[in-house]
Design a protein around this ligand. Sequence first.
Ligand SMILES: *Cc1c(COP(=O)(O)O)cnc(C)c1O
Length: 302
Amino acid sequence: MIIPAYTFVASATSVLLAGATPVIADVDPTDLHMSPDAVRAALSGRTAAIMPVHLAGSAADMDPLNDLAAAHGLAVVEDAAQAHGATYRDRPVGGLGDAGVYSFQASKAMTAGEGGLIVCRDESVYERVWSTCNLGRRLGGQWYGHPSVGWNLRLTEIQAALLLPWLDRLDEEIDRRNAFCAAFERELATIPQVSVVPQPEGTTRDSRHLLMLRVDPAVDRDFLLTAMAAEGVPLDAGYPPLGTMTALTAEGARTEPCPATEEAARTVVWVRQSMLMDPAGAGDLAEALAKVLSGGPAVNRP
Ligand SMILES: *Cc1c(COP(=O)(O)O)cnc(C)c1O
């Protein structure tokens, strides 16, 4: 299964736990989402599926990826863990491939503390997922008959009760985060060392799980992170390339060359979702960045 190199580790571990081989492919150097060209280069006779990740709340460019998958008979599993409410060409992400996976873990835009949701197109996939989450039972079959091996991965009703009100407020929260990003982008015009990582083509609604910023490579990013934290505006360094995680490669994950991901791992920083919830804070973020980046020689590597 081909997965992008700039994503959370679970995109890879889920493939390993299913007994398949994650093949880690580079991302697009501009928008940092799965690259159709990199997927094409990573294809082999053993490739069965691809996993576009809707990173940071914007949609992977699904049309070329779906076309590529159709041409090679591959399944498409969308990792929509960060993209509740996001749309691609006005269609909700998660419903654009064969199956889509959402997370309700504590850092996500809809959360029940933990848990998740899988949506799928095909009835047989639904039955298989249900069985896997229900100790290998067969849907409609005997309670203590377990024709396959599964786990107890059920979301509880208490968690579902926590999630339901989000269906009424998710849109408003997404609007708020987009308002933050729009205001912040206007402020950024005066900060030449920082730019917003653009959305892939086709994102019609970005759910803004977080905001990814590209920082000029001449800026010492560790200093930037430390100084921003001291300003009371902590930013995150983001993901290392998946292919550098030896626990994954030791279990059989394979990696393609990933220069764009390595560059992102060095130069991208994330603004946390909690900060995006209040559009009035956009000016504070820009002000802190401007202050830290105008700090003279300390900002720049020797
Ligand atoms: C959070 C996240 C996951 C994992 O979700 P869990 O519910 O914690 O298993 C997978 N992929 C991405 C991209 C994520 O951000």
